[in-house]
Ligand binder design. Structure first.
Ligand SMILES: [Zn+2]
Length: 57
């Protein structure tokens, strides 16, 4: 099993956990994500998924 594409995308885009969100996206740990930040993370993931599907012939 290769994992759900969203999990793969979360790791590829560094949105997999709060540590990566902080390190790569500058989103503070220790508080819930704001709506904007959540929308941002989803956009990043979806953009990556789109791109990956193009590359995947
Ligand atoms: Zn992570």
């Amino acid at each position: 099993m290769h994992g759900h594409p969203v999990f793969v995308a979360q790791h590829a885009t560094a949105t997999c956990c709060r540590g990566c969100l902080l390190k790569w996206h500058g989103i503070d740990k220790g508080r819930p994500l704001s709506d904007d930040e959540q929308a941002y993370a989803v956009r990043v993931i979806m953009a990556w998924v789109d791109k990956d599907m193009e590359n995947d012939r």
